[in-house]
Design a protein around this ligand. Structure first.
Ligand code: COA
Length: 531
Protein backbone atom coordinates (compact mmCIF):
# COMPACT_ATOMS: atom_id res chain seq x y z
CA UNK A 1 0.00 0.00 0.00
CA UNK A 2 1.22 3.49 -0.87
CA UNK A 3 -1.25 5.81 0.79
CA UNK A 4 -0.82 9.44 -0.22
CA UNK A 5 -0.29 12.11 2.39
CA UNK A 6 -1.67 15.60 2.21
CA UNK A 7 0.02 18.87 3.06
CA UNK A 8 -3.12 20.91 2.49
CA UNK A 9 -3.68 23.21 5.45
CA UNK A 10 -7.44 23.70 5.68
CA UNK A 11 -6.92 26.79 7.84
CA UNK A 12 -4.34 28.43 5.54
CA UNK A 13 -5.13 31.73 3.77
CA UNK A 14 -4.41 30.28 0.30
CA UNK A 15 -6.97 27.59 0.90
CA UNK A 16 -9.69 30.08 1.78
CA UNK A 17 -8.99 32.16 -1.33
CA UNK A 18 -8.99 29.09 -3.57
CA UNK A 19 -12.25 27.88 -2.09
CA UNK A 20 -13.94 31.24 -2.50
CA UNK A 21 -12.88 31.55 -6.09
CA UNK A 22 -14.05 28.00 -6.91
CA UNK A 23 -17.43 28.56 -5.21
CA UNK A 24 -17.94 31.80 -7.17
CA UNK A 25 -17.22 29.98 -10.45
CA UNK A 26 -19.60 27.19 -9.44
CA UNK A 27 -22.35 29.71 -8.81
CA UNK A 28 -22.02 31.07 -12.33
CA UNK A 29 -22.21 27.58 -13.76
CA UNK A 30 -25.20 26.69 -11.58
CA UNK A 31 -27.06 29.74 -12.98
CA UNK A 32 -26.48 28.52 -16.55
CA UNK A 33 -27.44 24.95 -15.63
CA UNK A 34 -30.69 26.30 -14.16
CA UNK A 35 -31.47 27.83 -17.56
CA UNK A 36 -31.00 24.44 -19.22
CA UNK A 37 -33.25 22.82 -16.61
CA UNK A 38 -35.91 25.49 -17.20
CA UNK A 39 -36.10 24.37 -20.86
CA UNK A 40 -38.30 26.68 -22.91
CA UNK A 41 -39.29 28.69 -19.83
CA UNK A 42 -42.31 28.80 -17.53
CA UNK A 43 -44.91 29.54 -20.20
CA UNK A 44 -43.80 26.87 -22.64
CA UNK A 45 -43.54 24.28 -19.84
CA UNK A 46 -47.01 25.18 -18.52
CA UNK A 47 -48.47 24.87 -22.04
CA UNK A 48 -46.79 21.51 -22.48
CA UNK A 49 -48.01 20.21 -19.12
CA UNK A 50 -51.53 21.50 -19.77
CA UNK A 51 -51.58 19.07 -22.71
CA UNK A 52 -51.08 16.26 -20.20
CA UNK A 53 -47.44 15.75 -21.18
CA UNK A 54 -44.36 15.22 -19.05
CA UNK A 55 -41.24 17.31 -19.55
CA UNK A 56 -38.11 15.68 -20.96
CA UNK A 57 -36.57 15.52 -17.49
CA UNK A 58 -39.72 13.99 -15.97
CA UNK A 59 -39.74 11.35 -18.68
CA UNK A 60 -36.10 10.51 -17.98
CA UNK A 61 -36.70 10.38 -14.25
CA UNK A 62 -39.58 7.95 -14.63
CA UNK A 63 -37.62 5.78 -17.04
CA UNK A 64 -34.64 5.40 -14.69
CA UNK A 65 -34.45 2.88 -11.87
CA UNK A 66 -35.66 4.40 -8.62
CA UNK A 67 -32.90 6.33 -6.78
CA UNK A 68 -30.27 5.38 -9.36
CA UNK A 69 -27.74 8.01 -10.44
CA UNK A 70 -28.07 9.96 -13.69
CA UNK A 71 -24.94 11.53 -15.11
CA UNK A 72 -26.17 14.37 -17.28
CA UNK A 73 -23.86 15.11 -20.20
CA UNK A 74 -23.26 18.30 -22.20
CA UNK A 75 -25.89 20.11 -20.12
CA UNK A 76 -24.58 23.50 -21.22
CA UNK A 77 -24.41 22.82 -24.97
CA UNK A 78 -25.19 25.99 -26.89
CA UNK A 79 -24.08 28.35 -24.11
CA UNK A 80 -23.05 31.65 -25.69
CA UNK A 81 -24.97 30.94 -28.91
CA UNK A 82 -28.28 32.41 -30.11
CA UNK A 83 -30.01 29.23 -28.89
CA UNK A 84 -31.24 28.20 -25.46
CA UNK A 85 -28.61 26.63 -23.17
CA UNK A 86 -28.88 22.85 -23.36
CA UNK A 87 -29.35 22.54 -27.12
CA UNK A 88 -33.04 21.54 -26.75
CA UNK A 89 -31.88 18.05 -25.75
CA UNK A 90 -31.43 16.44 -22.33
CA UNK A 91 -28.89 13.61 -22.37
CA UNK A 92 -26.91 11.42 -20.04
CA UNK A 93 -26.11 8.01 -18.67
CA UNK A 94 -28.58 6.31 -16.38
CA UNK A 95 -29.67 2.88 -15.24
CA UNK A 96 -32.84 1.41 -16.79
CA UNK A 97 -33.97 -2.02 -15.57
CA UNK A 98 -30.48 -2.56 -14.17
CA UNK A 99 -28.74 -1.68 -17.45
CA UNK A 100 -26.59 1.42 -17.96
CA UNK A 101 -28.00 3.18 -21.00
CA UNK A 102 -27.42 6.41 -22.84
CA UNK A 103 -30.60 8.51 -22.83
CA UNK A 104 -31.24 11.30 -25.33
CA UNK A 105 -34.50 13.21 -24.88
CA UNK A 106 -35.76 16.07 -27.03
CA UNK A 107 -37.01 18.99 -24.99
CA UNK A 108 -40.30 19.86 -26.72
CA UNK A 109 -40.66 23.06 -24.68
CA UNK A 110 -37.69 24.60 -26.51
CA UNK A 111 -38.81 25.61 -30.02
CA UNK A 112 -40.96 22.49 -30.34
CA UNK A 113 -37.90 20.31 -29.62
CA UNK A 114 -36.45 21.25 -33.01
CA UNK A 115 -32.80 20.46 -33.63
CA UNK A 116 -30.47 23.42 -33.96
CA UNK A 117 -26.72 23.10 -34.69
CA UNK A 118 -25.99 22.61 -30.97
CA UNK A 119 -28.68 19.96 -30.56
CA UNK A 120 -27.08 18.15 -33.45
CA UNK A 121 -23.54 18.43 -32.10
CA UNK A 122 -24.72 17.19 -28.71
CA UNK A 123 -26.74 14.31 -30.16
CA UNK A 124 -23.84 13.17 -32.34
CA UNK A 125 -21.49 13.30 -29.33
CA UNK A 126 -23.96 11.12 -27.42
CA UNK A 127 -23.94 8.63 -30.26
CA UNK A 128 -20.13 8.56 -30.13
CA UNK A 129 -20.32 7.81 -26.42
CA UNK A 130 -22.89 5.03 -26.92
CA UNK A 131 -20.80 3.48 -29.68
CA UNK A 132 -17.40 3.66 -27.96
CA UNK A 133 -18.72 2.38 -24.64
CA UNK A 134 -21.29 -0.08 -25.96
CA UNK A 135 -24.24 1.55 -24.21
CA UNK A 136 -27.82 0.82 -25.30
CA UNK A 137 -29.32 4.04 -26.65
CA UNK A 138 -32.79 5.19 -25.68
CA UNK A 139 -34.23 8.13 -27.62
CA UNK A 140 -37.19 9.92 -26.04
CA UNK A 141 -38.52 11.53 -29.15
CA UNK A 142 -40.69 14.62 -29.55
CA UNK A 143 -39.26 17.08 -32.02
CA UNK A 144 -40.24 19.55 -34.71
CA UNK A 145 -37.28 18.26 -36.74
CA UNK A 146 -34.59 20.53 -38.07
CA UNK A 147 -34.57 24.10 -36.78
CA UNK A 148 -35.76 25.61 -40.01
CA UNK A 149 -34.02 29.01 -39.89
CA UNK A 150 -30.63 27.28 -39.41
CA UNK A 151 -31.34 24.31 -41.66
CA UNK A 152 -28.14 24.83 -43.64
CA UNK A 153 -26.11 23.95 -40.54
CA UNK A 154 -28.33 21.05 -39.58
CA UNK A 155 -29.74 19.31 -42.63
CA UNK A 156 -26.67 17.87 -44.36
CA UNK A 157 -24.57 16.94 -41.29
CA UNK A 158 -27.78 15.78 -39.55
CA UNK A 159 -27.91 12.69 -41.75
CA UNK A 160 -25.31 11.25 -39.39
CA UNK A 161 -27.98 10.86 -36.69
CA UNK A 162 -29.76 8.13 -38.65
CA UNK A 163 -26.50 6.63 -39.93
CA UNK A 164 -25.31 6.27 -36.33
CA UNK A 165 -28.47 4.50 -35.24
CA UNK A 166 -28.06 1.72 -37.75
CA UNK A 167 -24.31 1.48 -37.09
CA UNK A 168 -25.01 1.05 -33.40
CA UNK A 169 -27.49 -1.66 -34.26
CA UNK A 170 -24.99 -3.35 -36.58
CA UNK A 171 -22.55 -3.49 -33.67
CA UNK A 172 -25.15 -5.20 -31.53
CA UNK A 173 -25.82 -2.10 -29.44
CA UNK A 174 -29.60 -1.84 -29.00
CA UNK A 175 -31.42 1.33 -30.05
CA UNK A 176 -34.83 2.08 -28.60
CA UNK A 177 -37.16 4.90 -29.66
CA UNK A 178 -39.98 5.99 -27.37
CA UNK A 179 -42.03 8.36 -29.47
CA UNK A 180 -43.88 10.85 -27.28
CA UNK A 181 -45.08 13.22 -29.97
CA UNK A 182 -43.99 14.59 -33.30
CA UNK A 183 -41.27 12.79 -35.17
CA UNK A 184 -41.93 13.84 -38.72
CA UNK A 185 -40.08 14.35 -42.01
CA UNK A 186 -36.42 13.38 -41.39
CA UNK A 187 -37.39 12.73 -37.77
CA UNK A 188 -39.44 9.76 -38.95
CA UNK A 189 -36.17 7.90 -39.43
CA UNK A 190 -35.52 8.06 -35.68
CA UNK A 191 -38.05 5.29 -35.08
CA UNK A 192 -37.38 4.07 -38.61
CA UNK A 193 -33.75 3.25 -37.82
CA UNK A 194 -34.25 1.99 -34.24
CA UNK A 195 -34.35 -1.66 -33.13
CA UNK A 196 -37.35 -1.16 -30.84
CA UNK A 197 -40.15 1.37 -31.30
CA UNK A 198 -42.86 2.38 -28.85
CA UNK A 199 -45.66 4.74 -29.91
CA UNK A 200 -48.41 6.32 -27.85
CA UNK A 201 -52.10 6.36 -28.68
CA UNK A 202 -53.16 9.73 -30.13
CA UNK A 203 -49.77 11.25 -29.25
CA UNK A 204 -47.11 9.87 -31.57
CA UNK A 205 -47.06 11.37 -35.04
CA UNK A 206 -44.62 9.81 -37.45
CA UNK A 207 -44.87 10.63 -41.14
CA UNK A 208 -42.58 11.78 -43.93
CA UNK A 209 -44.99 14.62 -44.72
CA UNK A 210 -47.95 16.02 -42.82
CA UNK A 211 -51.42 16.57 -44.34
CA UNK A 212 -50.68 20.05 -45.84
CA UNK A 213 -47.52 18.86 -47.57
CA UNK A 214 -49.22 15.70 -48.85
CA UNK A 215 -52.04 17.83 -50.22
CA UNK A 216 -49.54 20.12 -51.94
CA UNK A 217 -47.47 17.24 -53.29
CA UNK A 218 -50.12 14.81 -54.48
CA UNK A 219 -53.49 16.44 -53.91
CA UNK A 220 -54.44 13.66 -51.50
CA UNK A 221 -56.67 14.60 -48.54
CA UNK A 222 -55.46 13.01 -45.30
CA UNK A 223 -55.22 13.50 -41.57
CA UNK A 224 -52.51 13.05 -38.91
CA UNK A 225 -53.86 9.77 -37.60
CA UNK A 226 -54.15 7.95 -40.92
CA UNK A 227 -50.80 9.31 -42.10
CA UNK A 228 -48.75 8.57 -39.01
CA UNK A 229 -50.72 7.95 -35.83
CA UNK A 230 -49.59 5.34 -33.32
CA UNK A 231 -52.56 3.06 -33.98
CA UNK A 232 -51.95 3.08 -37.72
CA UNK A 233 -48.25 2.27 -37.22
CA UNK A 234 -49.05 -0.46 -34.70
CA UNK A 235 -51.82 -2.11 -36.78
CA UNK A 236 -51.08 -1.23 -40.40
CA UNK A 237 -47.54 -0.08 -41.27
CA UNK A 238 -45.81 -2.16 -38.59
CA UNK A 239 -43.38 0.66 -37.75
CA UNK A 240 -44.49 0.58 -34.10
CA UNK A 241 -43.62 -2.58 -32.16
CA UNK A 242 -45.54 -1.48 -29.09
CA UNK A 243 -48.74 0.54 -28.75
CA UNK A 244 -48.78 2.41 -25.45
CA UNK A 245 -51.88 3.86 -23.82
CA UNK A 246 -50.12 6.95 -22.47
CA UNK A 247 -46.67 8.35 -21.60
CA UNK A 248 -46.38 6.30 -18.41
CA UNK A 249 -47.27 3.16 -20.32
CA UNK A 250 -44.64 3.95 -22.98
CA UNK A 251 -42.02 4.31 -20.27
CA UNK A 252 -43.13 1.05 -18.64
CA UNK A 253 -42.82 -0.71 -22.00
CA UNK A 254 -39.40 0.92 -22.56
CA UNK A 255 -38.21 -0.49 -19.24
CA UNK A 256 -39.50 -3.97 -20.20
CA UNK A 257 -37.68 -3.79 -23.53
CA UNK A 258 -34.39 -3.10 -21.71
CA UNK A 259 -35.11 -5.84 -19.17
CA UNK A 260 -35.45 -8.31 -22.07
CA UNK A 261 -32.19 -7.34 -23.78
CA UNK A 262 -30.39 -9.94 -21.71
CA UNK A 263 -27.60 -7.40 -21.53
CA UNK A 264 -24.18 -8.28 -20.19
CA UNK A 265 -21.29 -5.90 -19.66
CA UNK A 266 -18.09 -7.06 -21.34
CA UNK A 267 -15.47 -5.27 -19.24
CA UNK A 268 -13.99 -6.69 -16.04
CA UNK A 269 -15.97 -6.17 -12.82
CA UNK A 270 -14.76 -3.70 -10.20
CA UNK A 271 -12.99 -4.67 -6.97
CA UNK A 272 -14.64 -3.76 -3.65
CA UNK A 273 -14.82 0.03 -3.31
CA UNK A 274 -12.85 1.89 -0.66
CA UNK A 275 -13.41 5.56 0.13
CA UNK A 276 -10.55 8.07 -0.14
CA UNK A 277 -8.95 9.01 3.19
CA UNK A 278 -9.42 12.75 2.67
CA UNK A 279 -12.68 14.68 2.28
CA UNK A 280 -13.97 15.60 -1.19
CA UNK A 281 -14.81 19.05 0.18
CA UNK A 282 -11.06 19.88 0.08
CA UNK A 283 -11.17 19.63 -3.70
CA UNK A 284 -12.64 23.14 -3.72
CA UNK A 285 -9.48 24.50 -2.15
CA UNK A 286 -6.61 23.07 -4.17
CA UNK A 287 -6.52 25.16 -7.34
CA UNK A 288 -5.09 28.65 -6.71
CA UNK A 289 -7.36 31.46 -7.98
CA UNK A 290 -6.54 32.40 -11.57
CA UNK A 291 -4.12 29.43 -11.72
CA UNK A 292 -1.42 31.83 -10.61
CA UNK A 293 0.83 29.11 -9.21
CA UNK A 294 1.23 25.37 -9.71
CA UNK A 295 -0.40 22.90 -7.34
CA UNK A 296 0.39 19.32 -6.46
CA UNK A 297 -2.01 17.01 -8.34
CA UNK A 298 -1.38 14.34 -5.68
CA UNK A 299 -3.66 16.44 -3.47
CA UNK A 300 -6.41 15.82 -6.04
CA UNK A 301 -5.52 12.15 -6.55
CA UNK A 302 -5.59 11.55 -2.78
CA UNK A 303 -9.22 12.73 -2.74
CA UNK A 304 -10.54 10.80 -5.72
CA UNK A 305 -8.93 7.34 -5.66
CA UNK A 306 -9.88 4.37 -3.50
CA UNK A 307 -8.25 4.46 -0.08
CA UNK A 308 -6.04 7.35 -1.37
CA UNK A 309 -3.77 4.52 -2.46
CA UNK A 310 -1.48 5.48 -5.35
CA UNK A 311 1.57 3.62 -6.66
CA UNK A 312 3.64 6.23 -8.39
CA UNK A 313 5.84 5.26 -11.33
CA UNK A 314 9.11 7.14 -12.01
CA UNK A 315 8.45 9.66 -9.23
CA UNK A 316 12.02 11.00 -9.47
CA UNK A 317 12.12 11.37 -13.25
CA UNK A 318 10.24 13.97 -15.31
CA UNK A 319 8.75 15.35 -12.11
CA UNK A 320 6.47 17.81 -13.87
CA UNK A 321 4.22 14.86 -14.76
CA UNK A 322 2.92 12.48 -12.11
CA UNK A 323 2.20 8.94 -13.33
CA UNK A 324 0.94 6.00 -11.31
CA UNK A 325 -1.63 3.30 -10.63
CA UNK A 326 -4.74 3.42 -8.48
CA UNK A 327 -8.31 2.19 -8.26
CA UNK A 328 -11.36 4.40 -8.55
CA UNK A 329 -14.74 3.06 -7.45
CA UNK A 330 -13.07 -0.34 -7.70
CA UNK A 331 -11.83 0.08 -11.29
CA UNK A 332 -8.09 0.05 -11.98
CA UNK A 333 -6.78 3.27 -13.54
CA UNK A 334 -3.44 4.64 -14.63
CA UNK A 335 -3.22 8.34 -13.89
CA UNK A 336 -1.21 10.98 -15.73
CA UNK A 337 -1.35 14.34 -13.95
CA UNK A 338 0.56 17.52 -14.71
CA UNK A 339 2.45 18.92 -11.76
CA UNK A 340 4.50 22.02 -12.58
CA UNK A 341 2.58 22.94 -15.72
CA UNK A 342 5.22 22.63 -18.39
CA UNK A 343 5.97 19.36 -20.18
CA UNK A 344 9.67 18.78 -20.91
CA UNK A 345 11.26 15.97 -22.94
CA UNK A 346 11.55 13.75 -19.86
CA UNK A 347 7.85 14.10 -19.05
CA UNK A 348 6.85 13.34 -22.64
CA UNK A 349 8.99 10.18 -22.70
CA UNK A 350 7.73 9.14 -19.29
CA UNK A 351 4.13 9.56 -20.50
CA UNK A 352 4.76 7.50 -23.64
CA UNK A 353 6.26 4.68 -21.59
CA UNK A 354 3.45 4.79 -19.03
CA UNK A 355 0.77 4.68 -21.73
CA UNK A 356 2.44 1.59 -23.21
CA UNK A 357 2.47 -0.06 -19.78
CA UNK A 358 -1.25 0.68 -19.30
CA UNK A 359 -1.94 -0.96 -22.66
CA UNK A 360 0.02 -4.05 -21.66
CA UNK A 361 -2.06 -4.39 -18.48
CA UNK A 362 -5.37 -3.35 -20.13
CA UNK A 363 -5.75 -0.50 -17.66
CA UNK A 364 -7.91 2.58 -18.43
CA UNK A 365 -6.13 5.93 -18.25
CA UNK A 366 -7.14 9.11 -16.48
CA UNK A 367 -5.54 12.38 -17.59
CA UNK A 368 -5.66 15.25 -15.09
CA UNK A 369 -4.80 18.38 -17.07
CA UNK A 370 -2.90 21.36 -15.77
CA UNK A 371 -0.38 22.11 -18.48
CA UNK A 372 0.73 25.23 -20.28
CA UNK A 373 2.21 23.03 -23.01
CA UNK A 374 5.56 21.68 -24.11
CA UNK A 375 8.66 23.70 -23.19
CA UNK A 376 9.94 26.12 -25.83
CA UNK A 377 13.40 27.67 -26.33
CA UNK A 378 16.72 26.80 -27.97
CA UNK A 379 17.91 24.36 -25.32
CA UNK A 380 14.68 22.39 -25.49
CA UNK A 381 14.35 22.42 -29.27
CA UNK A 382 17.92 21.15 -29.50
CA UNK A 383 17.10 18.55 -26.89
CA UNK A 384 14.36 17.19 -29.17
CA UNK A 385 11.19 18.47 -27.50
CA UNK A 386 9.27 18.09 -30.79
CA UNK A 387 10.11 14.43 -31.22
CA UNK A 388 9.49 13.69 -27.55
CA UNK A 389 6.13 15.48 -27.61
CA UNK A 390 5.36 13.56 -30.79
CA UNK A 391 6.19 10.34 -28.95
CA UNK A 392 3.62 11.17 -26.27
CA UNK A 393 1.00 12.17 -28.85
CA UNK A 394 1.72 8.94 -30.78
CA UNK A 395 1.18 6.90 -27.61
CA UNK A 396 -2.06 8.73 -26.75
CA UNK A 397 -3.41 8.49 -30.29
CA UNK A 398 -2.83 4.76 -30.72
CA UNK A 399 -3.54 3.59 -27.19
CA UNK A 400 -6.72 1.49 -27.18
CA UNK A 401 -7.45 1.36 -23.46
CA UNK A 402 -10.26 3.78 -22.52
CA UNK A 403 -9.15 7.32 -21.68
CA UNK A 404 -10.88 9.92 -19.54
CA UNK A 405 -9.69 13.52 -19.40
CA UNK A 406 -10.43 16.01 -16.65
CA UNK A 407 -9.38 19.60 -17.29
CA UNK A 408 -8.58 20.79 -13.80
CA UNK A 409 -6.50 23.83 -14.62
CA UNK A 410 -4.59 24.89 -17.71
CA UNK A 411 -4.82 22.86 -20.88
CA UNK A 412 -2.91 24.77 -23.50
CA UNK A 413 -1.22 24.14 -26.81
CA UNK A 414 0.04 20.74 -27.84
CA UNK A 415 0.06 19.85 -24.13
CA UNK A 416 -3.75 19.60 -24.45
CA UNK A 417 -3.23 17.09 -27.25
CA UNK A 418 -0.58 15.02 -25.45
CA UNK A 419 -2.85 14.87 -22.40
CA UNK A 420 -5.64 13.43 -24.52
CA UNK A 421 -7.68 16.50 -25.40
CA UNK A 422 -11.05 16.18 -27.11
CA UNK A 423 -9.61 15.44 -30.58
CA UNK A 424 -7.83 12.37 -29.16
CA UNK A 425 -11.17 10.75 -28.47
CA UNK A 426 -11.19 10.28 -24.72
CA UNK A 427 -14.30 8.30 -23.79
CA UNK A 428 -15.29 11.23 -21.56
CA UNK A 429 -13.93 14.76 -20.99
CA UNK A 430 -14.97 16.80 -17.99
CA UNK A 431 -13.87 20.25 -16.84
CA UNK A 432 -13.58 21.85 -13.47
CA UNK A 433 -14.78 25.45 -13.29
CA UNK A 434 -11.10 26.40 -12.94
CA UNK A 435 -10.14 24.95 -16.34
CA UNK A 436 -8.76 27.11 -19.13
CA UNK A 437 -7.97 25.89 -22.62
CA UNK A 438 -6.67 27.56 -25.78
CA UNK A 439 -3.88 27.33 -28.30
CA UNK A 440 -1.77 29.35 -25.85
CA UNK A 441 -2.24 31.69 -22.89
CA UNK A 442 -4.23 34.86 -23.69
CA UNK A 443 -1.38 37.21 -22.83
CA UNK A 444 1.18 35.26 -24.87
CA UNK A 445 -1.21 35.09 -27.81
CA UNK A 446 -1.84 38.86 -27.65
CA UNK A 447 1.92 39.49 -27.39
CA UNK A 448 2.64 37.25 -30.36
CA UNK A 449 0.00 39.01 -32.47
CA UNK A 450 1.45 42.40 -31.48
CA UNK A 451 5.05 41.37 -32.24
CA UNK A 452 4.13 39.82 -35.59
CA UNK A 453 2.20 42.91 -36.71
CA UNK A 454 5.05 45.20 -35.61
CA UNK A 455 7.69 43.11 -37.39
CA UNK A 456 5.50 42.97 -40.50
CA UNK A 457 5.07 46.78 -40.59
CA UNK A 458 8.81 47.32 -40.09
CA UNK A 459 9.71 44.79 -42.79
CA UNK A 460 7.50 46.60 -45.30
CA UNK A 461 8.85 49.96 -44.27
CA UNK A 462 5.40 51.11 -43.15
CA UNK A 463 4.79 53.36 -40.11
CA UNK A 464 3.68 51.38 -37.05
CA UNK A 465 0.76 52.72 -34.99
CA UNK A 466 1.97 51.82 -31.49
CA UNK A 467 -1.14 53.13 -29.67
CA UNK A 468 -3.53 51.38 -32.03
CA UNK A 469 -1.55 48.14 -31.71
CA UNK A 470 -1.74 48.32 -27.93
CA UNK A 471 -5.54 48.66 -28.10
CA UNK A 472 -5.74 45.66 -30.40
CA UNK A 473 -3.41 43.74 -28.09
CA UNK A 474 -5.68 44.38 -25.11
CA UNK A 475 -8.78 43.45 -27.08
CA UNK A 476 -7.24 40.20 -28.28
CA UNK A 477 -6.16 39.30 -24.76
CA UNK A 478 -9.69 39.86 -23.48
CA UNK A 479 -11.19 37.84 -26.33
CA UNK A 480 -8.88 34.87 -25.80
CA UNK A 481 -9.36 34.99 -22.03
CA UNK A 482 -13.12 34.77 -22.56
CA UNK A 483 -12.81 31.99 -25.13
CA UNK A 484 -10.61 29.89 -22.83
CA UNK A 485 -13.31 29.64 -20.15
CA UNK A 486 -14.97 26.29 -19.47
CA UNK A 487 -18.50 27.67 -19.99
CA UNK A 488 -17.59 28.66 -23.53
CA UNK A 489 -15.80 25.37 -24.22
CA UNK A 490 -18.67 23.36 -22.75
CA UNK A 491 -21.12 25.44 -24.84
CA UNK A 492 -19.22 24.25 -27.92
CA UNK A 493 -19.56 20.63 -26.67
CA UNK A 494 -15.76 20.41 -26.42
CA UNK A 495 -16.31 18.64 -23.11
CA UNK A 496 -19.07 16.43 -21.73
CA UNK A 497 -19.79 18.77 -18.86
CA UNK A 498 -18.40 21.07 -16.20
CA UNK A 499 -18.37 19.28 -12.88
CA UNK A 500 -18.22 20.36 -9.27
CA UNK A 501 -14.73 19.28 -8.11
CA UNK A 502 -16.38 17.56 -5.12
CA UNK A 503 -18.24 15.27 -7.52
CA UNK A 504 -15.14 14.25 -9.46
CA UNK A 505 -14.82 10.80 -7.93
CA UNK A 506 -18.46 9.89 -8.42
CA UNK A 507 -18.63 11.31 -11.94
CA UNK A 508 -15.54 9.28 -12.84
CA UNK A 509 -17.07 6.25 -11.14
CA UNK A 510 -20.18 6.44 -13.33
CA UNK A 511 -18.01 7.04 -16.41
CA UNK A 512 -15.74 4.08 -15.60
CA UNK A 513 -18.70 1.84 -14.96
CA UNK A 514 -20.21 2.86 -18.32
CA UNK A 515 -16.86 2.30 -20.03
CA UNK A 516 -16.81 -1.26 -18.72
CA UNK A 517 -19.95 -2.03 -20.67
CA UNK A 518 -17.46 -2.58 -23.54
CA UNK A 519 -14.39 -4.81 -23.42
CA UNK A 520 -11.21 -3.10 -22.12
CA UNK A 521 -8.25 -4.06 -24.27
CA UNK A 522 -4.83 -2.52 -24.74
CA UNK A 523 -2.63 -2.68 -27.80
CA UNK A 524 1.03 -2.98 -28.71
CA UNK A 525 0.50 -1.42 -32.13
CA UNK A 526 1.79 2.13 -31.84
CA UNK A 527 3.14 4.35 -34.60
CA UNK A 528 6.89 4.49 -35.17
CA UNK A 529 8.33 6.17 -32.09
CA UNK A 530 10.86 8.78 -33.12
CA UNK A 531 13.74 8.23 -30.72
N1 COA B 1 -37.78 25.06 -36.51
C1 COA B 1 -37.76 26.19 -35.80
N2 COA B 1 -38.68 26.51 -34.90
C2 COA B 1 -39.69 25.65 -34.70
C3 COA B 1 -39.78 24.43 -35.41
C4 COA B 1 -38.77 24.15 -36.34
N3 COA B 1 -38.76 23.01 -37.03
N4 COA B 1 -40.86 23.77 -34.99
C5 COA B 1 -41.43 24.53 -34.04
N5 COA B 1 -40.72 25.68 -33.88
C6 COA B 1 -40.99 26.77 -32.94
C7 COA B 1 -42.25 27.55 -33.26
O1 COA B 1 -41.97 28.55 -34.21
C8 COA B 1 -42.58 28.14 -31.92
O2 COA B 1 -41.70 29.21 -31.65
P1 COA B 1 -42.13 30.43 -30.70
O3 COA B 1 -42.41 29.82 -29.36
O4 COA B 1 -40.93 31.30 -30.71
O5 COA B 1 -43.33 31.02 -31.34
C9 COA B 1 -42.19 27.02 -30.95
O6 COA B 1 -41.27 26.21 -31.68
C10 COA B 1 -43.35 26.15 -30.55
O7 COA B 1 -44.04 25.72 -31.73
P2 COA B 1 -45.63 25.48 -31.76
O8 COA B 1 -45.99 25.12 -33.14
O9 COA B 1 -46.32 26.61 -31.13
O10 COA B 1 -45.69 24.24 -30.75
P3 COA B 1 -46.60 22.96 -30.80
O11 COA B 1 -46.19 22.18 -29.61
O12 COA B 1 -48.03 23.30 -30.93
O13 COA B 1 -46.17 22.16 -32.12
C11 COA B 1 -44.68 21.11 -33.67
C12 COA B 1 -44.88 21.64 -32.25
C13 COA B 1 -43.26 20.61 -33.75
C14 COA B 1 -45.66 19.99 -33.93
C15 COA B 1 -44.96 22.21 -34.74
O14 COA B 1 -44.28 23.38 -34.35
C16 COA B 1 -44.48 21.86 -36.11
O15 COA B 1 -45.16 21.18 -36.86
N6 COA B 1 -43.27 22.34 -36.52
C17 COA B 1 -42.72 22.14 -37.84
C18 COA B 1 -42.34 20.71 -38.05
C19 COA B 1 -41.65 20.50 -39.37
O16 COA B 1 -42.25 20.48 -40.41
N7 COA B 1 -40.33 20.37 -39.31
C20 COA B 1 -39.51 20.15 -40.41
C21 COA B 1 -38.98 18.78 -40.31
S1 COA B 1 -37.44 18.56 -41.12
Amino acid sequence: MSVLRSTLDPAGPDVAAARESMLAALEEIAAETAKAVAGGGEQAVARHQARGKMTARERIELLLDLDSPFLELAALAGYGSQFAVGGSVVAGIGVVSGVECLLVANDPTVKGGSSNPWSLRKTLRMHEIALANRLPLIALVESGGADLPTQKDVFIPGGAVFRDLTRLSAKGIPTIALVFGNSTAGGAYLPGMSDHVVMIEKRSKVFLAGPPLVKAATGEESDDESLGGAEMHARVSGLADHYAADEQDAIRIGRRIVARLNWRKKGPSPAPVLKPRFPAEDLLSIVPPGLRSPFDPREVIARIVDDSDFDEVKPLYGTSLVTGWARLHGYPVGILANAQGVLFSAEAQKAAQFIQLANRSHTPLLFLHNTTGYMVGREYEQGGIIKHGAMMINAVSNSTVPHISVLIGNSYGAGHYGMCGRAYEPRFVFSWPSARSAVMGAQQLADVTYLVSKASALARGKPFDEDGAQVVRTMIEQQITAESMPLVLSGMVYDDGIIDPRDTRDVLGVALSAIHSAPVEGTDAFGVFRM
